[in-house]
Design a protein around this ligand. Structure first.
Ligand code: LLP
Length: 441
């Protein structure tokens, strides 16, 4: 059903994930519910880890935890022996709570706050990816005060236009991320960091975007970074020893997308590895330590969201809406990017699709949709709707909009599920509210 064998239809005609019956999961945990298949996550982490180890040598896979961040996922990454990328003090805190080794964490962000930088240093973080002049200054000052030297990368913008949604392209000339190679900004910033006695510049980072299927975009980015590294060697006599090429591998959402097996993802990585090796040979560079930062491709297809169908409204000649008990507060991706998903009636998964419907959320706004024109059997109130490939950038982008509860998440292993994110309670919603005395009654 999806790209790898996470999902199936069992003998009862119910959708199953990781061997667990979705109807049973909904009965036990309620809906809306995020469900993750642990085996799938581990497979993807290990495929990347082993491909780099076998076919490149010195490298590290960093799980891009912005895709899905909670203590359990960092614990799984730790057990799989990979690193993690974090983009805020909050993600870093969550990783530390899960006992993640700080030296395997790389911190990103175009505007890291001074307190986030201080916290990262307190934790003993492995790498900080510098992305602004002021950040380099803050970091140099903090490290000097602590009498230590911090390993850093510099985020560069190699100017590669990847074919994906404009909001998730990051290396076009107009980007808030990185220092442009073409304009010379990357080179002057390199010189600046090399003059900072408490920063040890290990190399460079680039990330060209997300949900990218074209292998060549990654190869071109790698090539441009290596050309830049060669230029620095020749002009500044600086030899970088680390190259972090970011994340961005695409996943299957609908049948418009390619379905990749883990082996296919290994192929993507091989293309990248080949580009790095060839580029190094061409420019006479030693092989740098290679890092990649996949997020979506590790957790995206590992996760689904279960909803209960509620109100159904057919507007004659226009469209039919199925409203579910979730919405843009648990999955804002349709609203933000018009992202398409595949939906399945989990309690009648073997039935053929009969109609195209729009799946609406329960928020008080018209744009609150999970998808339009989704093919489904004729659904009724009380049916269980599964939206597939929601493991990445759903829970992590969820909100309490309209004071709805962010759904809990369960992790399935060998057919058994347990919470990795507990359900919110009404008390959680008002936990930080303050009622000044003059407003009390
Ligand atoms: N590294 C860096 C520096 C990144 O900015 C990102 C994603 C990644 C790695 C991981 O990329 P992935 O392998 O997950 O494609 N909210 C958007 C996606 C934003 C991606 C931001 N950066 C969405 O829902 O599609």
């Amino acid at each position: 059903m999806n790209a790898r064998n996470t999902l199936g239809i069992n003998e009862k005609g119910h959708l199953s994930i990781g061997g667990a019956d979705c109807v049973d999961l909904a009965a036990e945990f309620g809906t809306p519910l995020y469900v993750f298949d642990e085996a799938y996550i581990r497979t993807m982490m290990s495929v990347y880890r082993d491909t780099i180890a076998r076919e490149y040598g010195d490298g590290l896979v960093l799980y891009a935890s912005k895709a899905f961040s909670c203590e359990a996922i960092y614990a799984i990454a730790r057990e799989e022996g990979i690193g993690a990328d974090v983009v805020s003090g909050g993600e870093l805190y969550t990783a530390m709570q899960a006992g993640f080794p700080a030296e395997k964490i790389c911190m990103h962000g175009n505007n890291k706050l001074p307190r986030e930088l201080r916290y990262a240093l307190d934790c003993g973080i492995g790498l900080i990816v510098v992305d602004s002049d002021s950040e380099a200054e803050d970091l140099e000052r903090e490290c000097a005060a602590r009498g230590r030297r911090q390993d850093v990368l510099l985020r560069i913008n190699p100017g590669v236009e990847a074919h994906t949604h404009a909001y998730v392209q990051t290396a076009t000339p107009d980007s808030k991320f990185g220092f442009s190679v073409a304009s010379g900004a990357a080179k002057s910033m390199t010189e600046h960091i090399l003059r900072c006695p408490h920063l040890r510049l290990r190399g460079f980072h680039c990330h060209i975007g997300s949900q990218i299927f074209e292998k060549s975009s990654f190869a071109v980015a790698a090539e441009k970074c290596l050309a830049f590294m060669a230029q620095l060697r020749d002009t500044l006599h600086f030899e970088a020893d680390t190259l972090n090429l970011g994340g961005g591998f695409g996943i299957w959402y609908t049948d418009k997308d390619e379905k990749f097996t883990p082996e296919k993802y290994a192929d993507y990585l091989r293309t990248l590895i080949r580009a790095v090796k060839e580029g190094c040979a061409r420019f006479g560079l030693g092989l740098p330590r290679l890092m990649i930062e996949p997020g979506r491709s590790i957790v995206g297809e590992a996760g689904i969201t279960l909803y209960t169908v509620g109100a159904i409204k057919e507007i004659a000649g226009i469209r039919k809406y199925l409203a579910v008990d979730g919405g843009m507060f648990d999955n804002p991706r349709f609203c933000l990017y018009r992202s398409e998903y595949t939906a399945v009636l989990a309690n009648r998964a073997a039935e053929p699709s009969r109609e195209l419907v729009s799946v609406a959320g329960k928020c008080c706004e018209s744009g609150d949709l999970i998808g339009v024109d989704m093919a489904l059997p004729k659904a009724e109130r009380g049916d269980l709707l599964a939206v597939l490939s929601t493991g990445a950038y759903n829970y992590s982008m969820a909100s309490n909009y309209n004071r709805n509860f962010i759904p809990p998440a369960v992790l399935v292993k060998d057919g058994k599920a347990e919470y990795i994110v507990r359900p919110q309670t009404p008390e959680d919603l008002v936990r930080n509210d303050v009622l000044p005395a003059r407003l009390r009654r």
